[in-house]
Design a protein around this ligand. Structure first.
Ligand SMILES: Cc1ncc(COP(=O)(O)O)c(C=O)c1O
Length: 293
C-alpha cells in the first residue's frame, strides 16, 4: 500500500500542539498571529490572514472585492472542485476555460471568455506548477480588456481591472520566475489541508499583494472582520481585562483558524526547507525513476 501524502508529525509538532492545549487558549490567538507572520516572511507578501480552509479563503477574497450575483469568474476546467464551488457559493458564475499542456489555465482561452461581467480570474498552480502570470497580467491591462471591465464595488473601481486571485492551494514554496508563490498575484490563497506540503490539519491563508493605491493592511483588517462574523474583537482580545465590549459591523462568515491548528503549521514551517520539501523531492524522483519510459 502506498500512503497518500501522510502528514508530517514529529516531536516538534507534538510539543507545539501540547503548548496550545495546556496554555488555556485553543482557538484564534497568538499562534495564528505567529503563523501569519511566518508566512509573510516566507513569501514576502504584504499581509496574511489565516482561515479555516483554502475554500473559505477564496470565498472571502471574492466577497471582499464585492464579487457576487451577476458576476463571472474565469477558472481552469482542470482543478479541484473547490475552485468552482467558492465562486458558486458567493453567487457568481464560474466560467471554465481549457488548460495548456502544462495543466495550467490557457491565457488565450481566458481572453476569449472575458465579458463585461468578468470580475476575476482564478489561475490554479496545479501540483505546485505556477500558472502563466505574466501572460495573465499583460492580458488584464490590455486597453480593450480594461475597456470591457465594469466595476460595481469600491474595491473593483480602485483596481480598475480584472482581479487575479491565485488558487495556490498546491503551491506553497513554489516560485515563478524567481518570485515566491504568495508574492505573484494580487491575492494568493494557500491550502493547509492534511495532504498539502505544509498542513494545519484543515486550514489555509490569504496572501495580500494589492498594488497602490490599495492599503493591504486595511484589507487585512477587513478580511479579519469578515472571517469572524464581522466582530470587532476576537475571543482572545475579549478575554483580556477590559476587553469584553465588541460590535458586529458587517455580516461576516465564521472562517477563522484556531491556534491548535496554527501550532501544527508553525512546527512544520520550521522544517519546510530543510526537510519537508526535500522529502517531497525524494518521493517525486522515485516516481520519475519508476515510470521512466
Ligand atoms: C486546487 C485546489 N483548490 C482549492 C482546494 C481547497 O482547499 P481546502 O481543502 O483547504 O479548502 C484544493 C484542495 O485540495 C485544491 O486542490
Amino acid at each position: 500500500m502506498i500512503p497518500f501524502s501522510p502528514p508530517f508529525i514529529d516531536d516538534d509538532v507534538l510539543q507545539e500542539v501540547d503548548d496550545v492545549l495546556t496554555s488555556g487558549w485553543i482557538t484564534t490567538g497568538p499562534k495564528v498571529q505567529q503563523l501569519e507572520h511566518e508566512v509573510k516572511k516566507f513569501t514576502g507578501c504584504e499581509e496574511v490572514v489565516c482561515v479555516n480552509s483554502a475554500t473559505s479563503g477564496l470565498m472571502l477574497a471574492l466577497r471582499c472585492f464585492g464579487i457576487g450575483k451577476d458576476d463571472e469568474v474565469i477558472i481552469p476546467a482542470y482543478t479541484y472542485a473547490a475552485t468552482a464551488l467558492a465562486v458558486y457559493h458567493i453567487g457568481a458564475k464560474p466560467v471554465m476555460v481549457d488548460i495548456k499542456s502544462d495543466f495550467t489555465i490557457d491565457p488565450e482561452k481566458v481572453r476569449e471568455a472575458i465579458t463585461g461581467r468578468t470580475k476575476a480570474i482564478i489561475p490554479v498552480d496545479i501540483a505546485g506548477w505556477p500558472a502563466d502570470y505574466d501572460a495573465l497580467y499583460s492580458l488584464v491591462v490590455e486597453p480593450e480588456v480594461k475597456a470591457k471591465f465594469n466595476p460595481t464595488s469600491d474595491e473593483q473601481k480602485k483596481l480598475g481591472r480584472i482581479l487575479i486571485l491565485s488558487d495556490g492551494a498546491h503551491s506553497f514554496g513554489a516560485t515563478y520566475k524567481g518570485k515566491p508563490s504568495g508574492f505573484i498575484a494580487d491575492i494568493t490563497i494557500f491550502s493547509f489541508h492534511a495532504v498539502k506540503n505544509v498542513t494545519t490539519a484543515e486550514g489555509g491563508c490569504v496572501c495580500l499583494n494589492l498594488p497602490s493605491p490599495f492599503d493591504n493592511n486595511e484589507l487585512f483588517k477587513k478580511l479579519k472582520l469578515m472571517s469572524l462574523n464581522g466582530q470587532t474583537k476576537d475571543a482572545y482580545t475579549k478575554s483580556k481585562a477590559g476587553g469584553w465590549r465588541y460590535d458586529i459591523v458587517l455580516p461576516g462568515y465564521k472562517m477563522n483558524m484556531p491556534d491548535i491548528c496554527a501550532a501544527i503549521g508553525l512546527a512544520q514551517l520550521r522544517k519546510y526547507k530543510k526537510y519537508l520539501i526535500k522529502e517531497r523531492q525524494r518521493v517525486a524522483l522515485t516516481y520519475d525513476n519508476v515510470f521512466k519510459p
